[in-house]
Design a protein around this ligand. Structure first.
Ligand code: 1HN
Length: 378
């Protein structure tokens, strides 16, 4: 059955609401409205879709378009005035909640050498992926971390956090990812400003990497019972090495090639309660097949170039570009180079989907597993 005839079959199928308006019914609906009630059959088909329908649209944010605008904000506002100097990613389908995709927020933050943004905490979880610069640092609950390109760092919910760039560094840009839209939807958002504006650094610099960054080794004497990873920083070099090692002994999978998840070294699970993150390597010439799953995803190109087809739209990407894959959108990734690997960083709301038993996935069965390309955005 073609998609169109399947859709019309679904519209007419028995068991779905199919009540036509009559003057009497319309008057009845008005009376119900007065009582702050409604007839379920008027909304049932909308609130119970046959399958997930995302309001988010697939978007590619090209770094070459964004970078100069992000840098321009430095001369327009100070971090002191702005709180956080960030240009956020505004999905046209999610403007009302300031989400980049689904219930995930993201933005590009810029700081100049010598600048420091004050400490605060919130009940949202946050993560950062460093794009460029030198000398960036972040302090999380007294743990200071030095940050370089393609490092991935956590600021879990409830932790005091602040960022800056050392005076002898270079302008830094990183991608922030937060679950703010989700936390707001759940009406659980809290925010607090540090009484002293800045925290004391109370641990050795980069101690979380020293303690917990030993791959499969964990420290005997260190206790950890928080619901997020004790390893706050995942450096690029060991991440890339892990992907290369993985690729030497395994094929990977037909959709994502070599996909590895950043994990909490204590549990092996996701890094935080609401957001997970991954890095994947597409081998030179890799042509992925299409699949779809629930959960919202934001990708950043950490290395290389290629394209992804998302719900029939082709998006050509290069280093530092960001794109989103909405829940239940068909997607397939291609590495355009026959000699260089391509690496995609991504973060997602999978911990939530999994905890709520809402994770579903399927492969595209038709057309040898590839979507017909309907359009290529300008
Ligand atoms: C936040 O705390 C940061 O800590 C960045 O740098 C972006 C967007 C909304 C709410 C809190 C940061 C944010 C944010």
């Amino acid at each position: 059955m073609s998609q169109t005839s399947y859709d019309s079959y679904r519209e007419s199928v028995a068991g779905r609401a199919d009540v036509e308006d009559t003057p009497e019914l319309v008057a009845y609906y008005r009376e119900l409205e007065q009582l702050k009630t409604g007839a379920l059959w008027t909304v049932a088909n909308k609130i119970e879709p046959w399958e997930p329908k995302s309001d988010s649209v697939p978007v590619l944010w090209r770094y070459r378009d964004l970078r100069e605008h992000v840098l321009r904000s430095v001369s327009l506002v100070t971090p002191e005035k702005a709180g956080r100097r960030v240009i956020y990613l505004d999905n046209p389908g999610r403007r009302d909640v300031a989400a980049a995709v689904g219930w995930l927020y993201s933005g590009l933050q810029v700081m100049h050498p010598g600048e420091a943004a004050s400490a605060h905490w919130h009940s949202s979880s946050a993560l950062r992926f460093i794009m460029e610069g030198r000398g960036a640092y972040t302090i999380v609950d007294g743990h200071k971390m030095t940050l370089g390109a393609n490092d991935f760092v956590l600021t879990p919910n409830g932790c005091w956090h602040e960022h800056g760039v050392e005076a002898d560094g270079l302008p830094c840009i990183w991608q922030d990812g937060l679950d703010i839209p989700l936390v707001n939807a759940l009406e659980a958002g809290f925010y607090g400003v540090h009484p002293d504006m800045h925290q004391a650094v109370t641990y050795p610099v980069d101690d979380s990497v020293g303690l917990w960054g030993g791959r499969a080794l964990r420290p005997h004497d260190v206790k950890w019972d928080k619901p997020y990873s004790p390893l706050f920083k995942y450096q690029w070099e060991p991440t890339y090495e892990a992907l290369l090692s993985y690729g030497k002994v395994a094929e990977g999978n037909p959709f994502d090639c070599l996909l590895m998840h950043y994990t909490n070294p204590k549990t092996g699970g996701h890094v935080m309660s609401t957001m997970g993150a991954s890095m994947q390597m597409l081998r030179p010439g890799f042509v992925g097949k299409a699949h779809r799953h629930t959960g919202s995803f934001l990708y950043q190109v950490a290395k290389g170039s290629g394209y992804s087809i998302i719900n029939g739209q082709r998006f050509d990407w290069q280093e530092h570009d960001i794109f989103c894959v909405p829940s239940w959108a068909w997607h397939e990734h291609v590495n355009a180079s026959s000699t260089e690997d391509a690496c995609l960083f991504s973060f997602n709301d999978l911990p939530v989907m999994e905890k709520l038993s809402l994770y579903y996935e399927e492969a595209l069965a038709e057309n040898d597993g590839h979507q017909p390309v309907i359009s290529t955005p300008a």
